[in-house]
Ligand binder design. Structure first.
Ligand code: ATP
Ligand code: MG
Length: 290
């Protein structure tokens, strides 16, 4: 068991003491896309592991509503989820699952935004839970569901940075642009890093990024950053089938090299916390109609 999880498990959850309030908060990175099935969960999991390897305390928050959840990608058995902490008095420490390279997984968090709409006591418990988590970890990687549903958009807009995964197909690019547009509307200063997946060649990935960048500049006055590209790699579905992260199973594969480079680049990029407020209070603030 990794140190992070054991430290969290060893004590019962309690509200942070005022002395802890001076602690820096985690860097919040939401992994998103417009179109589904473009590789978000695989990027989330393997990027989290790569960052863990580079010495970061990473919490991977599984807020994806689809079937290929992080726990499935890792072959984990999930008995308790965030909902059990909020509604059934389970301890947070019993919900967190230790993962490879010291990362920790918060499974089954897809209903987070709906939980925020519940009555005050539940909302407070959820806020307090995130307050604790954000002080314990260096980085939160939040794997969101696909699409532009309000809940997904709010999670993305509340993060310090969005990591937008797309492939080069026109449908995926159009949906990726739509995501940038909606998020820009709510949080105009948020950094958006783009990952082009299933790229045949580097030039193709750059061309796709430039198209997206051109549209964002022209219509939204937004600059995007290119974080990297990942080739089509037959080892990715093989690793998925074996319920193992490809970074561990095929460390020399093209996908693994790409993810490692992206993790290094991410750590070189300076970032500014959008707010020192609790992540979920940011989510509450980020309604599209505001
Ligand atoms: N670089 C790649 N090379 C080959 N296959 C890939 C690559 N990236 C992703 N895939 C495959 O694409 C499928 C979808 O990946 P993944 O589940 O990560 O996407 P997602 O965006 O999280 O999907 P959803 O929107 O349903 O949550 C997986 O079966 C995976 O094996
Ligand atoms: Mg997914």
């Amino acid at each position: 068991m990794n140190d992070q999880a054991s430290s969290l498990r060893s004590r019962k959850y309690s509200r942070p003491t005022p002395q802890e309030d001076g602690l820096p908060r985690a860097r919040r990175i939401a992994i998103t896309s417009g179109k589904g099935g473009v590789g978000k969960s695989n990027v989330s999991l393997n990027l989290a592991i790569a960052l863990g390897r580079m010495g970061k305390n990473v919490l991977l928050v599984d807020a994806d509503t689809n079937l290929a959840n992080i726990d499935i990608l890792l072959g984990l058995r999930v008995d308790l989820t965030l909902g059990d902490v909020i509604f059934n008095n389970a301890f947070l420490n019993d919900v967190l699952i230790p993962g490879p390279e010291g990362i920790t997984i918060l499974p089954g968090s897809s209903g987070m935004v709906e939980m925020l709409e519940k009555d005050d006591a539940y909302r407070q418990r959820l806020m307090d839970t995130f307050e604790t988590l954000e002080k314990e970890f260096d980085v939160l990687i939040i794997d969101t569901g696909a699409g532009l549903s309000e809940n997904v958009v709010r999670l993305v807009a509340a993060s310090d940075e969005a990591l937008l995964v797309t492939n080069s197909e026109p449908t995926a690019i159009t949906d990726a642009y739509a995501m940038v547009k909606v998020v820009t509307h709510i949080n105009p200063n948020q950094k958006v890093h783009v990952v082009i997946n299933l790229a045949r060649k580097q030039q193709d990935a750059l061309a796709t990024f430039e198209n997206l960048q051109l549209a964002a500049r022209q219509f939204l006055q937004r600059e995007l950053t290119m974080l990297g590209h990942m080739p089509y790699d037959k080892n990715v579905p093989l690793a998925v089938e074996k319920r193992e992260p490809f970074l561990l199973m095929f460390p020399r594969s093209g996908a693994s090299t790409a993810i490692t480079m992206m993790a290094r680049k991410l750590l070189r990029i300076s970032y500014k916390q959008s707010s020192t407020d609790n992540f979920l209070s940011q989510v509450l603030d980020k309604r599209e109609d505001e």
